[in-house]
Ligand binder design. Structure first.
Ligand SMILES: [Fe+2]
Length: 292
């Protein structure tokens, strides 16, 4: 089976669906599951956005596509329904830029660990600490980041996964990455020691994360191979690294990972056609054409 992993989306859901549709068409494959590694940009309204997300929205209209998905007009609803006939729904774990109360409330009642977020069921949140079956794999999910404060890893969910038997998950999906996977601009190591400990304990075959907005890996931790994904669409301007500016709002290489469960192979997709998916006002319907 084939599982696609998607990097930080930050609201640009239509770029994500268009890139996945294009991937299926260009590679001649059908995806069995889609998993997004957090920072989907799940806020119920602009008012509920955190300050950085609201700042980015002002310069990047497509970061508001999550809101369009929550209340789609008839044209968008038809396009999303069409996409869902071709693509599996997108499962996602919490990042550090989501509305945690909004997401927690989705799981109230007899919903269980997977909760639909939008009325069409295109995106589905997976609760922290869950191990669920995805494309025949046992997949463990732990969102947020290791940082004191409201966006810190959920200690109960982290403890729950640390109490699970080693080998009880085939894949671990987190938002933050293992400690030392990269350094920041001051040269300080990034990543979470608590996630390194979790990888060492669970020993999944594959670990996939996001958060740092650039591709990373393969890195080996015992029997585990670990990758981090690029942000799906880089910001329009990057003052510190002008070469990473993205004025046309194109999908980035390394923002999608493909895992073949039978072969056990993982690929950071970097094909040039990915960058065809671009713009501030993406027409999802146009990506449905040519699909059989
Ligand atoms: Fe992010």
């Amino acid at each position: 089976m084939l599982v696609a992993f998607v990097g930080d989306v930050h609201g640009r859901l239509l770029h994500a669906f268009a890139a996945l549709l294009l991937l299926q068409r260009r590679r001649g494959v059908r995806l069995d599951a889609v998993v997004q590694v957090g920072d989907l940009g799940a806020f119920p309204s602009v008012e509920r956005m955190d300050a950085p997300s609201r700042r980015f929205l002002a310069e990047h209209p497509a970061e508001g596509d999550f809101f369009r998905l929550l209340d789609p007009d008839p044209g968008l609803a038809a396009a999303v329904r069409g996409a869902l006939e071709l693509l599996p729904p997108m499962l996602f774990v919490s990042g550090n830029h989501e509305d945690f109360e909004f997401l927690a409330a989705l799981h109230d009642g007899p919903v269980g660990p997977v909760a639909a977020v939008d009325p069409l069921g295109a995106v589905r949140h997976v609760a922290d600490g869950s191990v669920i079956e995805v494309a025949g794999q046992r997949v463990a999910f732990l969102g947020r980041v290791e940082e004191p404060g409201y966006m810190d890893l959920d200690p109960a969910a982290h403890a729950e996964l640390l109490a699970a038997p080693p080998g009880s998950a085939d894949i671990l999906v987190t938002h933050d990455g293992p400690h030392g996977l990269c350094t920041n601009w001051r040269g300080e190591p990034q990543g979470s020691p608590k996630l390194t400990a979790l990888i060492d304990h669970l020993r999944p075959a594959l670990h996939v994360s996001g958060h740092y907005h650039h591709p990373n890996g393969p890195r080996r931790y015992g029997r585990t191979v670990s990758y981090a994904l690029s942000e799906l669409v880089y910001p329009r301007h990057n003052r510190r690294r002008p070469e990473q500016s993205n004025p046309d709002q194109r999908v980035m290489p390394g923002a999608i990972g493909l895992y073949d469960t039978a072969a056990g192979t993982f690929e950071l997709v970097a094909d040039p056609w990915l960058s065809e998916v671009h713009g501030d006002h993406l027409d999802l319907a146009s990506y449905l054409e040519g699909h059989s």
